[in-house]
Design a protein around this ligand. Sequence first.
Ligand code: PLP
Length: 278
Amino acid sequence: MTTVYLNGEYKPLLEASINVLDRGFTFGDGVYEVIPIFNRTLFRFDEHMQRLENSLKAIFMENPYSSIKWRSIFEKLIDTVEQSEQSIYLQITRGVSERDHDISLADNPTIFAMSRPIVKQELSAGINAITHEDIRWQYCDIKAITLLPSVLLRHKAKQQGAKEAILIRDGYLTEGAASNVFICKDDEIFTPPKNNHVLPGITRDLLLEILASNNMSYSESTISEGALFNADEVWLTSSTWEIVPVIKLDNMPIGTGETGPLWQTINQLYQEFKSGYC
Ligand SMILES: Cc1ncc(COP(=O)(O)O)c(C=O)c1O
């Protein structure tokens, strides 16, 4: 039975419940984080805590806990799960208030966290993706729980036999429905710059760090839809997927239509970093 943390208490998942007037439920008024655990170690904990802090600030909330307290909650949850590869899900909503938009009515956040085993999918042979207009809002840099657009986009991808929707805003690539995107052309690596249309992915930033420390050049620059389709390789990054090659986009092959050589190199460097870290 999964153990979860809810507002100061650890309890079995089935015994954890919240008030129906929680603003997370009525308004989607909250933020979340997903932190991977490898070898029972919180991976890039400080970076995830910083992004949480930024998300909370952007929705005019304070972080209810210090990093030390968060770490101790997560470590207790990790101990309740048998598998060594897990992911922490944590969600903070503005809490309960009458159903009124006014945020000053809520002063007691709802704090929820759990750890789950990462169910490893074999994606190294590459996945299919679709492209889609970026139908989301203007604050995609906030890790907000309000995920209906992403849910619909992933559903559309699935309907077309694909695993991810790669999003295009005004003719330029932003990111995936739940991942960041990299492309390679003639051995050069590109990813869109961070702005309000892109979630600052922790895996994205780590990949750039790994590239820099291996003297591999990259550029954070706008990528047109045409450049995306013309890429030799396309990769998606996320905490649970890590680095996944895209081999088909809208049913057309990317490059040779197979996992590319740069991905092999990068993925190996990423796995080495992970082993060293954890
Ligand atoms: C919209 C979006 N972009 C990017 C990412 C990747 O972020 P991270 O590498 O921090 O998991 C996610 C992860 O869920 C996401 O939802």
